[in-house]
Ligand binder design. Structure first.
Ligand code: C5P
Length: 409
């Protein structure tokens, strides 16, 4: 699962090696955001870091103020890795100083923090640094290295930055341990959770279909997060572009009507149903048995479509009629409306119409929402009030959605 990883780079000569830390994380599929100190950018160029991370590099505290960037980057992070971490940055972290973007990012984040110190041996062994490292460790910060070896000058000793692959492996292991610890908290333990994910396909003929661009990533992340929190998960999958998570019961459904059947079967003994799938609202009125040939059509081909059942709305109505007692119903609203206020209004009208307990509203477009690693959502309750807002990796958004579901009890 792709993580949102913030790589903090501070001003030591070893900053050039941070390029390989960024690259290794990107190559294994993570979404990497570099936050560099001004001193770091004297050692390694912004264009290099932007090209390698495939994202803008942030260093300025007073840029992006409207989007509250000084906290947004930290809040969205699943993991923060600072490599190299200079003695100065270590001291600032120990004291909780936030006079630059990196300091703010760290303070605004609840993600695990991994630091890879690099400095001359005397600085590493200075009692001030020793005490600062002890303070950080006591707060749960993981320290990778430093290695012993040749330093920048002719001297050698402890203080050399650990190798980038070692830093990346250690950081990902720290994240895995953190995720396992969260899972062990098991707030969905024993709950039966059904998640729909992906996009339905409505056949026209044996080789063609009407479909949509949903990749299934957000639904799969919800299934994985629910499983990690102890739930017994059924994933109803309509054409996923990603692998389903381990440890869930997988039910495949291709069309809206197949999905309806699978959902109806699974909802009977579910505690929570999350309808993240993009379900076709219409299907071709006629599915022909052999391939439609252009030779037998004119210059235009007209398709006649009929409405599909609205699965969520039907379940909402059945619930209002007393069926499915105790079932928590969560819908999604993917909208292209650019205006945030109008987007929320659409969401409010939709949750009222569908009769769900929660509605997860997100904006989609040519480059937003679908098939991306990150997501940004607003969760509304039955009264149309905002109960949660989340932005970040689809995994962290999944956890915030599950938090909102757990909070319904
Ligand atoms: O506005 P729309 O009807 O597409 O609402 C989206 C929500 O409704 C999603 O949760 C989707 O899974 C669900 N849906 C459904 N049946 C449909 C269309 C959408 O359950 N036919």
């Amino acid at each position: 699962m792709a993580l949102n990883v913030v790589v903090g780079i501070t001003g030591g000569i070893a900053a050039y090696k941070a390029v390989n830390v960024v690259r290794s994380l990107v190559l294994v599929g993570h979404d990497v955001h570099v936050v560099a100190t001004d001193a770091a950018l004297r050692f390694v160029g912004r264009p290099t870091l932007e090209a390698i991370s495939r994202n803008p590099v942030h260093s300025e505290l007073y840029e992006g103020v409207a989007e509250v960037r000084h906290v947004a980057i930290g809040q969205a992070a699943d993991l923060i890795v600072i490599a190299p971490a200079t003695a100065n940055t270590i001291a600032k972290l120990a004291a909780g100083i936030a006079d630059d973007l990196l300091g703010n990012t760290v303070l605004a984040s609840t993600a695990p923090l991994v630091i890879a110190p690099a400095m001359h041996t005397e600085m590493w062994q200075n009692p001030a640094t020793v005490a600062n490292i002890a303070t950080l460790r006591s707060r749960g910060v993981s320290v990778v290295g430093p290695a012993v070896g040749q330093l920048t000058g002719r001297d050698s000793g402890p203080g050399r930055l650990e190798e980038p692959e070692t830093i990346v492996a250690a950081a990902l292991a720290v994240y895995a341990e953190h995720a396992a610890r969260l899972a062990a908290s098991g707030d969905l333990s024993g709950r039966r959770v059904v998640v729909t994910a992906g996009g339905t396909r409505e056949p026209l003929d044996p080789v063609r279909f009407l479909g949509n661009r949903s990749s299934g990533r957000q639904g799969v992340a919800i299934a994985a997060a629910a499983r990690a929190r102890g739930a017994d998960v059924t994933l109803i999958a309509a054409h996923l572009e990603v692998s389903p998570p381990e440890g869930v019961t997988l039910v495949e459904a291709s069309t809206a009507r197949e999905l309806q059947q699978a959902v109806t079967d699974a909802a009977a003994d579910a505690d929570i149903l999350v309808m993240a799938a993009a379900v076709a609202d219409y299907r071709p009125a006629v599915v022909v048995d052999s391939k439609i040939k252009k030779e037998s059509q004119g210059d235009t081909l007209e398709l006649s479509l009929v409405k599909n059942p609205d699965i969520l709305a039907e379940l909402g109505a059945a619930r209002r009629a007393g069926e499915y007692p105790g079932l928590r119903l969560v819908g999604f609203a993917a909208e292209t409306e650019p205006d945030p206020a109008a987007l929320l209004e659409l969401g409010r009208a939709k949750i009222a119409r569908k009769g769900a307990d929660l509605l997860v509203v997100n904006r989609v477009g040519w480059t937003e929402g679908f098939a991306t690693d990150g997501n940004s959502v607003v969760v509304l309750d039955g009264a149309g009030d905002i109960v949660s807002e989340a932005a970040g990796s689809k995994m962290s958004v999944a956890d915030r959605i599950l938090d909102a579901i757990v909070a319904l009890d």
